[in-house]
Ligand binder design. Structure first.
Ligand code: SF4
Length: 320
């Protein structure tokens, strides 16, 4: 995908220093805090016909939850997830001092009755090593009784709700079958914020049909939202095996952003976002066995290095 050369407002804007979620957590808990990918066993209303069929066209068979162990008891899932991530703790850190976030990522983790969800989440947050609960869901899956449950949990341990917005543009959202409109997101966001819940929003760059300006408009909208969101996850569109978009791409490939274009865009996003929005993700980490394209997204380290170079360059240019 090639964007036309254009002078943007970003060259004139002073660089903003953002905090990443790992920096924020380390400052708060005095140690690295790692995410444990878990599965609640919920499905998604955009797949079972309640909101739509087939789901978002980029979504994998596992509902973006390939890193969690297939649904098992909470105890087994926690053990398996800890085994996966524990090598990242500083050498010698005793087990009781390790801290984690319980991250329910796959499908829509508020799409079940409170009587099922609350004991599950209670059990997880009752563990001393779990410092926060992160729940990925859709904005149309937060009725009042679920919001009340999230508030009760939030009084015990911090609760983050992660909403998959991806874009503010209705035409793009219709094309990938998101199944809800922007006012639905706005309403959920407002109710969650008013209830004191931390809100993290997911955005995808490179969705078919979107221009650079379209993508930056989404980020500008989130930057200006009131009440403001707390965090953002930005990632490149990944074409995955087993998704409807994957099947369509194999039949007829469409252009995707290069690593250069993507990292330029992320640097633009960082210049738009206010410092108080915590950066939770700047590039995705696709399940490599499912990734069809773009191949560069599999090398997270390279993408982050490229992005750091661009950030340094922009900071230098600003001081010239
Ligand atoms: S709402 Fe989430 S889980 Fe459901 S289809 Fe879309 S991306 Fe997948």
């Amino acid at each position: 995908m090639k964007f036309p050369e254009e002078k943007t407002e970003f060259s004139a804007r002073s660089w903003r220093e953002h905090v990443t979620v790992s920096q924020e957590l380390k400052a708060k808990y005095g140690t690295k805090v790692l995410k444990l990918s878990l599965t609640s066993g919920c499905t998604c209303p955009n797949r079972d016909g309640t909101r739509g069929y087939g789901g978002c066209s980029f979504c994998s068979q596992e509902g973006s939850g390939e890193f969690a162990a297939p649904y098992a008891s909470v105890e087994k899932q926690l053990q398996a997830a800890k085994q996966k991530v524990d090598s990242k703790f500083p050498a010698g850190l005793p087990v009781p001092e390790r801290k984690y976030i319980a991250y329910f990522q796959s499908f829509s983790n508020t799409y079940a009755p409170v009587s099922y969800l609350e004991p599950l989440y209670e059990e997880v947050i009752s563990r001393p090593e779990i410092v926060a609960l992160s729940v990925g869901t859709r904005p149309d899956c937060i009725p009042d009784e679920i919001l009340a449950m999230l508030c009760r949990l939030n009084r015990k341990k911090p609760v983050w709700v992660e909403l998959g917005l991806q874009t503010i543009h209705e035409e793009t959202a219709r094309a990938f079958n998101r199944g809800y409109t922007l006012p639905v997101f706005e309403d959920a966001c407002k109710r969650l914020k008013e209830a004191g819940i931390t809100v993290v929003v997911h955005v995808i760059l490179g969705l078919p049909g979107e221009t650079k300006e379209d993508m930056l408009k989404t980020v500008r909208y989130l930057a200006d939202l009131s009440p403001g969101i707390d965090g953002i996850k930005i990632q490149m569109l990944q074409i995955l095996r087993g998704s409807r978009m994957g099947d369509a791409w194999i039949r007829e490939p469409f252009p995707l952003l290069s690593a250069e274009e993507y990292t330029d865009l992320v640097a633009d996003c960082l210049q738009i976002l206010p410092e108080n929005i915590v950066i939770h993700r700047m590039t995705g980490d696709p399940p490599k066995n499912l990734l069809i394209a773009p191949a560069w997204t599999a090398d997270k380290k390279r993408v982050l290095n490229l992005l750091q170079k661009k950030i340094r360059l922009r900071k230098t240019e600003q001081h010239l």
